[in-house]
Design a protein around this ligand. Structure first.
Ligand SMILES: Cc1ncc(COP(=O)(O)O)c(C=O)c1O
Length: 437
């Protein structure tokens, strides 16, 4: 699946594109065809979706193994629970207390009955945490991106976005009245060309990028991009889903890493990664926040997230502030994993909690994924059409709670997988390590 400019990547795939190739199927045929196809793959262990986790999301999880017909323990390297907060005793206790005090849910959207003291407290804490004037809590990161892009821009405006942007950005653009143009991933020259071309257009220009790209684990060159935005009078919108809690000296996110917390105009951070729950926050100026509350349809027309979730976020901010060693452990685990993988020839860098392992053309990724599974390593395989065929990869997600032994087990399983599934010229011992060379 490729887009208009032939650029691919990111997390913006639509399985229908693949399903529809060369076929003109009516609804009933289409759903039956898909159902047979996906269930066949899952039954044969060729697609490891919907693995049923029987325990708390943790560094080690209990999973019902449908192929072995019984539960088993697996090391979790597929969760974005980067700080391991879902099992933190303080977080669990705060959640318990919030349920007792506020009940299970709110039963309505924020503008009507769904705005509690906890919603206000999370907004205030996150505004301080993100160094912004005001914060609006959305029901998901997906909804936040759709809300920002569909409501803030008018028909005269233009949005310039990175080709690897998340599906929520693409979907927000479909709902937006503004024109949109894409630049190649992290290509600041191309971005500048588009900004120059936009200089004479009547409306405002917005540049939309991610702090950490979820498929590649790399970061946007925010310093250069901020400079370009200032030079050409554009607004910078940052999706820091995978940066919040991970990037920056104390985990305040990618803007902290670049020293740009106050400069970036709109920063979205999800609760679904480092905070381990669901929901999202958009931190920005008060006028933009006011506008979002009354015009962003995913915010207005969807029920508020429940108190338990907000209590988990508040507790998570407390932990980040009071236990800096947890963030440091995550950073150490990232460094250690990179240190173990580089001598094997993987050109990986200690940037974020996401470490991609490119899968060579000689390796059948589904067979290799099943070997990880059989060895008790839970890892996500990113296959075509999520990425182009020659860019398939395994995606390691690290947590602060992983031990050195966990990472050693992961690395020896990587060695085993390559030995069993990579062609001769792609064997790890035959590859030249960029560091060891
Ligand atoms: C970069 C990025 N933005 C947005 C989202 C959506 O976040 P949420 O899961 O909170 O809806 C994700 C989640 O995968 C993501 O990776």
């Amino acid at each position: 699946m490729s887009d208009r400019n032939g650029m691919k990547g990111g997390e913006n795939f639509d399985l229908r594109d693949m399903l529809d190739q060369g076929k003109q199927l009516a609804f009933d045929q289409r759903i039956r065809y898909f159902s047979g196809w996906i269930n066949g793959l899952m039954d044969r262990g060729e697609a490891l979706y919907l693995r049923e986790v029987l325990s708390a999301a943790s560094r080690e999880v209990e999973v019902y193994d449908r192929y072995a017909g019984k539960p088993r323990k697996m090391l979790m390297f597929g969760s974005n629970n980067y700080l391991g907060l879902t099992e933190h005793p303080y977080v669990i206790e705060q959640v318990r207390q919030a349920v007792e005090e506020y009940g299970a849910g709110v039963g309505g959207p924020p503008l009507l009955n769904g705005y509690t003291t906890l919603h206000r407290e999370v907004e205030e804490r996150l505004s301080a945490f993100k160094r912004k004037e005001e914060t609006v809590i959305f029901q998901s990161g997906y909804g936040a991106n759709v809300g920002i892009l569909s409501c803030l821009l008018s028909e005269n405006d233009l949005i310039l976005y990175d080709a690897f942007s998340h599906a929520s950005v693409h979907d927000g653009l479909r709902m937006s009245r503004a024109a949109a143009a894409k630049f190649a991933h992290n290509d600041t020259d191309m971005l500048e060309e588009l900004l120059v071309a936009a200089a004479d257009s009547p409306g405002d220009t917005f540049v939309c990028v991610e702090g950490v790209y979820s498929m590649d684990g790399d970061t946007a060159p925010l310093d250069e991009m901020m400079g370009l935005c200032r030079k050409y009078g554009a607004y910078l919108v940052l999706d820091d889903a995978h940066g919040t809690g991970v990037m920056g000296a104390t985990g305040r996110g990618t803007p902290q890493l670049y020293g740009l917390e106050e400069e970036i105009d709109i920063v979205m951070g999800t609760f679904s990664k480092s905070f381990g729950v669901v929901g999202a926050a958009v931190s920005t100026s008060k006028p933009i926040a006011d506008y979002l509350r009354f015009f962003a349809r995913p915010y207005m027309f969807s029920s508020s997230i429940p108190p338990a979730v907000l209590a988990a976020v508040l507790a998570g901010i407390d932990v980040l502030e009071n236990e800096p060693e947890r963030h440091q452990r995550l950073r150490d685990n990232i460094d250690y994993t990179v240190e173990r993988l580089r001598p094997l020839g993987f050109d990986v860098h200690p940037i974020s909690g996401v470490i991609p392992l490119p899968v060579p053309r000689s390796m059948k990724i589904r067979d290799a994924a099943f070997t990880f599974h059989k060895q008790g390593i839970f890892i996500n395989s990113i296959e075509y059409p999520a990425v182009p065929v020659d860019q398939q990869r395994f995606r390691i997600s690290l947590m602060a709670t992983h031990t050195r032994e966990d990472i050693d087990r992961l690395v020896s399983c990587v060695e085993q997988v390559w030995e069993e599934h990579a062609g001769e010229k792609d064997q790890l011992r035959a590859r030249e390590s960029p560091k060891a060379a």
